[in-house]
Design a binder for this molecule. Structure first.
Ligand code: TXA
Ligand code: MG
Length: 333
């Protein structure tokens, strides 16, 4: 009977279901059966599989069309489960976990052998994160295993901050999509690498600023080094990433806009004298509020008749590091 229900759900193209104790329990059963579930986190929606089950994790790469060299983040529900994922726990990891977990910080540490190498793109390290979103935590607890989960979008495409974004792109490739509302942070977690000796470097700027991490550690957090082969320190950090399908360019308030139908995403206030017929979305002028609305704004204009998207570039300031990182990648072709 249960098997039948599970099969039926997996065979249909999925619309999101509102997260309730019942739907979360069903999603957890899908995960234990080796199927994929999309779920909300406070950063972006994730596409989850049982992190201990290599054949389930395999389905993530297939669904996203993601190269197997791009490592996944493993999500846990309680800090004391970190040892199921990583092999060492330096003092700096403890400090950062105490300050920022649950929350949008991913720590890359030497991998526990229980985690298949497929999860970590063949690397000896693995990213671990304890999300803050109550639905995410309930789902992980119910599943009873850590969940490997990248953002729930096709490789190199825009990250989803709402269940509807997931349904549109991966809807027929997952057993279930749990709807837990709009992702509050709206931008991915900050990813740091921590060496066995406890040195912390930055792999990906994100929802927690570098300055806050440096403040907690009482030390500078430099960018992670590129290795000798010249591949990125964080495989998966391709230049073209987080990108809409519609060509996007960064502009200033004074820049003339391209011809034809398009969308302008303005910073803080509407642009005076905007030509008739263009779409305009105004995003908040603080990095946090801006990040919250960025992907949703891009999703909402990334379709015909828009032939271009122009984005008013935020200032090149430390507080805007994560937003500017995503915008640079979204613009790169
Ligand atoms: O906010 C987030 O982090 C979201 C939610 C779902 O948790 N997840 C997310 O996953 O953004 P994903 O796969 O889209 O990006 C994870 C990035 C990888 O592209 C890679 O750059 C880095 O984290 N990463 C993960 N494991 C790593 C490892 N072992 N070594 C280096 N970088 C790693
Ligand atoms: Mg992603």
């Amino acid at each position: 009977m249960m098997q039948e229900t599970l099969k039926h759900a997996a065979a249909m193209a999925q619309h999101a279901v509102v997260a309730t104790p019942e739907t979360i329990a069903l999603a957890a059963r899908h995960l234990r059966a080796g199927d994929l579930v999309a779920f909300p986190t406070e950063t972006v929606y994730g596409l989850a599989a049982n992190a201990f089950d290599a054949s389930a994790v395999e389905k993530i790469f297939a669904a996203k069309r993601r190269p197997r060299s791009c490592p996944l983040i493993v999500h846990i529900a309680d800090a004391h489960d970190a040892h199921r994922v990583v092999r060492v726990w330096p003092d700096s990891a403890e400090l950062l976990a105490r300050e920022f977990w649950p929350g949008p910080l991913t720590m890359v540490l030497p991998r526990n052998e229980a985690i298949p190498t497929l999860v970590s793109g063949g690397l000896d390290t693995v990213g671990v994160r304890l999300p803050e979103h109550p639905v995410a935590r309930e789902l992980i607890r119910e599943a009873g295993v850590p969940l490997a989960a990248p953002s729930a979008n096709e490789f190199m495409q825009l990250s989803p901050t709402a269940a509807s974004h997931v349904a549109r792109s991966l809807g027929n490739r997952v057993a279930m999509i749990l709807d837990g509302g709009n992702s509050h942070a709206g931008i991915e977690s900050t990813v740091v690498a921590i060496s066995e000796q406890g040195e912390v470097t930055l792999l990906r700027p994100g929802a927690i600023s570098r300055a806050r991490i440096e403040h907690v550690l009482g030390a500078k957090v430099p960018d992670a080094h590129w290795d000798k082969q010249g591949s990125a320190p964080s495989p998966g950090m391709h230049d073209r990433h987080y990108a809409p399908r519609t060509p996007l360019r960064l502009v200033s308030r004074q820049s003339p806009l391209p011809d034809g139908p398009g969308a302008l995403i303005s910073l803080g206030t509407p642009r005076p004298g905007l030509p008739e017929g263009l779409t305009e979305i105004v995003l908040g002028a603080s990095p946090e509020v801006y990040a919250q609305g960025l992907y949703a704004a891009l999703h909402s204009v990334d379709h015909p008749p828009h032939k271009w998207i122009a984005l008013e570039a935020p200032p090149q300031q430390a507080a805007w590091e994560a937003v500017n990182d995503r915008l640079r990648r979204a613009e790169s072709r």
